[in-house]
Design a protein around this ligand. Structure first.
Ligand code: HEM
Length: 395
């Protein structure tokens, strides 16, 4: 294969304009070339589904030591499974997955579904509400606090923490700079302030602390694990719930399909994650020169794997922009792929399946009025979603 001069683009992946129009910009990059060099970010973006998946299947070449787009964060995160490579990665991930295993999730299912149903019942009675504050934010916050076993009220602090953690995965632009002190508070809480013995008996947080007390993991790892659950598990889930509410409202025939057959709930979530990928790009660093589609990415380069672009690649998905909950594209990249695939997806699915099932059972139809976006370097959340014209099921 002849080696091509790399395609380049003036796009800044973390500019306000790109955050507002991610899918359109990604389509432009994807059609330009399989690999595009962006001088604004000194990054090489991989734009097409198969190439992204191949890169994720080759962590020896695509190291997670540069999962963030700034050195300071990569350094801080070096003790987490997210930003580590084998063999360290396997040990860090094992403690986390033990506590988020399918078995652990099965035990939590009834409680989470019951809470979801209770929340949806209250909201349906209210009739109109903010889909973000009252549902997408409210629900995961209460679940995750219970899961970690936090006894005091951290509700006010946890949201800015999650948001700051994701802003800081981008380059040190203004959004990231402003997030530094807030993320510092999260780090201080998980590493200094939080006391394992204060976490509720039987909670996942308490179990992990007991593992540290037994010497199975270090006390430092305990802090990192709780940090990861709080940082990685909040904004992603919140964004996805908001996206589901908007996509189902804008595609009422799909909502009707879901109402008629709630067994489609898992497939509906899969399609939400594919069509509007909550974390559309993650970083990697090449450990050697590597050729993709005729372009050589040099050793030591910052790479951006565009999951949100792969998920809309017409080479992989037919009519990729069509939101079709029967598609069930289980090989989407919304949770990543390979050794770093989302370690919390069992919990995320449980929460969102529970909410969607309750929503499809208790609501006949609804609309969204004004929706406002919230700009974040790494996630694509709404700030508010006005839910209107709600007709309860049975009317
Ligand atoms: C819908 C919600 C969620 C989405 C869309 C999501 C997305 C992702 C993605 C794309 C990755 C891969 C990162 C990479 O390739 O470098 C990831 C990793 C991860 N996620 Fe999630 N996530 C969600 C919920 C959660 C929750 C609830 C938790 C924790 C309770 C969590 C914890 C993690 C952790 C610890 C990793 C790193 C795994 C590793 O590197 O081995 N996530 N997530």
């Amino acid at each position: 294969m002849t080696v091509a001069v790399p395609a380049t683009s003036t796009i800044d992946l973390f500019s306000d304009d790109v955050l507002r129009n991610t899918e359109a910009v990604f389509a432009e990059l994807r059609e330009l070339a399989p690999v595009v060099y962006l001088p604004a970010n000194d990054s090489w973006v991989v734009t097409r589904y198969e190439d992204i998946r191949d890169a994720l299947g080759d962590p020896a070449t695509f190291s997670s030591r540069a999962v963030a787009f700034n050195e300071q964060m990569n350094e801080i995160l070096s003790g987490t499974s997210l930003a580590s490579d084998p063999p360290q990665h396997g040990d860090l991930r094992a403690v986390l997955t033990d506590n988020l295993s399918p078995r652990a999730m099965r035990k939590m299912k009834a409680g989470i579904y019951e809470k979801a149903d209770e929340l949806v019942r209250e909201l349906v009675e209210r009739g109109s509400f903010d889909g973000m504050a009252d549902m997408a934010v409210h629900f995961p916050v209460s679940i995750v606090l219970d899961l970690i076993g936090v006894q005091g009220d951290l509700r006010e602090r946890i949201l800015p923490w999650g948001e700051a953690a994701f802003n800081l995965l981008g380059p040190m632009n203004q959004r990231a700079q402003e997030s530094l002190p807030i993320a510092g508070e999260l780090f201080h809480w998980t590493h200094e302030e939080m006391r394992g013995e204060d976490l509720a008996e039987g909670s996942i947080g308490r179990n992990i602390w007991e593992a540290a007390e037994r010497g199975d993991i270090s006390h430092e790892s305990f802090g990192y694990i709780v940090h990861q659950i709080l940082a990685a598990g909040m904004d992603t889930t919140i964004t996805t719930i908001g996206n589901a509410l908007v996509l189902l409202a804008r595609n009422p025939e799909q909502f009707e399909k879901l109402r008629q057959d709630p067994k489609l709930v898992p497939a509906a979530l899969t399609e939400v994650l594919r069509v509007k990928t909550p974390t559309p790009a993650f970083g990697r660093r090449t450990t050697r020169d590597v050729e993709i589609g005729g372009t050589v990415i040099p050793e030591g380069a910052q790479v951006a794997l565009l999951y949100g672009s792969g998920n809309l690649d017409p080479r992989k998905f037919e009519n990729p922009e069509t939101f079709d909950i029967s598609r069930n594209a289980v090989d989407h990249l919304g949770f990543g792929y390979g050794i770093h695939a989302c370690a919390g997806q069992g919990l995320a699915k449980l929460e969102i399946h529970g909410l969607l099932e309750a929503w499809a059972t208790r609501v006949k139809s609804y609309r969204v009025g004004e929706v406002v976006q919230r700009l974040n370097n790494f996630t694509r959340p709404y700030d508010s979603i006005e839910i209107t014209d709600l007709v309860p099921a049975g009317e």
